[in-house]
Design a protein around this ligand. Sequence first.
Ligand SMILES: Cc1ncc(C[n+]2csc(CCOP(=O)(O)OP(=O)(O)O)c2C)c(N)n1
Ligand code: SF4
Ligand SMILES: [Mg+2]
Length: 351
Amino acid sequence: MTYITKPQLHHPHLKPNALGYTRRDYEGAVSTLCAGCGHDSISSAIIQACYELDLPPHRVAKLSGIGCSSKTPDYFLGNSHGFNTVHGRMPSVLTGANLANRDLIYLGVSGDGDSASIGLGQFAHSIRRGVNMLYIVENNGVYGLTKGQFSATSDKGSKSKKGVVNHDAGIDLVSLALQMGATFVARSFSGDKNQLVPLIKAALSHKGAAFIDCISPCVQFNNHAGSTKSYDYVREHNEAVNRMDLVPARNAITIDYAPGETVPVAQHDGSVLHLHKLAEHYDPSDRVGALAYLQARQALGEIVTGLLFLDPEARDLHENLGTVDVPLNTLSERELTPGAAALAKLNAALR
Ligand SMILES: Cc1ncc(C[n+]2csc(CCOP(=O)(O)OP(=O)(O)O)c2C)c(N)n1
Ligand code: SF4
Ligand SMILES: [Mg+2]
């Protein structure tokens, strides 16, 4: 497809956010994905979330692997830092960048092939280390870019476009993230912006490893009868456990929800996440309960969406390692090489 550049001019009536940026300032290049691809809706939700959170674009670093999903960072946050790594290696590059500069907001974007096959080990270790990031998997159950092979998240018994049955057990990245110790775990659907935008806002405000598995239909290779990741299938089998909104710390906003219980959960940046429960007895603070709930609903053929687990006391990798408060990349040579006396003291402490 030919590369189309976007016009630089903004409509004069576009509403600016608190920083004076309009939604357009959070956009990227024109997408070259297939029309109707779920990944484009996720890009749009990311743009909306960053605009609503008033994030300074230069403070965001977006990283990805390889795949149609991993191409998407080119289509949002055009004024942010970006790094398109190799297949399955986004988590380690993101971890390194985060260790070097803790002051940026890290957004990792990946696909089910990128994270559940070649990158499975990297996915697991970045989550268990508590890297402060939002890790989104745009999950379509196929390798879209390489023309529709089953991926490791394809459900057992689901069919390819040509009718071939998948006999392998599917990997559920949400369950894996829960087991690996993620402190914010959610699942959503690219076609449900009302659920996805607040989830992204809350995950970006969370300190620790936040993971969102976003079902994102591939209209080219996996949007047919027999697929469990098609628009029709997800719409029919979606079971939302909660609805939510994130209230930034600076705004005193009261929330008016439909009848039902609303639970406020404070985030590390001072903002408050308001969770409105829909599913009966669902408790997003119970990690084991979340796993059991997921499996029970999966056995009924339901796809559970919403915020599935949140640890408001989450710690991140820097806290665990006891690193200094300032970004390591701002330390001077003198601070990094404190001299022979400091080395002797350190060695003595280890004897
Ligand atoms: C080391 C390596 N092995 C294999 C490939 C081929 N390859 C490119 S993208 C891809 C899978 C992408 O699937 P997914 O992450 O699900 O992205 P999607 O296109 O479905 O969004 C593969 C196997 C590659 N680029 N590099
Ligand atoms: S092949 Fe599938 S995943 Fe890739 S852009 Fe097209 S619809 Fe999206
Ligand atoms: Mg895929």
